[in-house]
Design a protein. Structure first.
Length: 75
């Protein structure tokens, strides 16, 4: 897995997982490190999970709110 280093200063706020919609571009962060970046494909808010299509690998990733914080990608 390729890690994308991201500065914490000026980062967009964390996303409310219940407000995510398919097609949105997000980054999955753990601390100051962005682990994945991709497009939301499916959300299951009551389970606290989302599926994204990782933009660097093209693979589908299941993300849990227990493991990462999601932030919308900067334009």
């Amino acid at each position: 897995m390729t890690e994308i280093i991201s500065a914490t200063e000026g980062e967009p706020p964390a996303v409310d997982w219940g407000m995510l919609r398919p097609g949105e571009q997000v980054e999955a962060h753990r601390g100051a490190v962005a682990l994945h970046r991709g497009v939301v494909e499916e959300t299951i808010p009551h389970l606290g999970v989302v599926w994204i299509r990782d933009s660097s690998t093209g693979t589908r990733k299941l993300l849990s709110h227990d493991d990462v914080v999601l932030r919308r990608c900067r334009p």
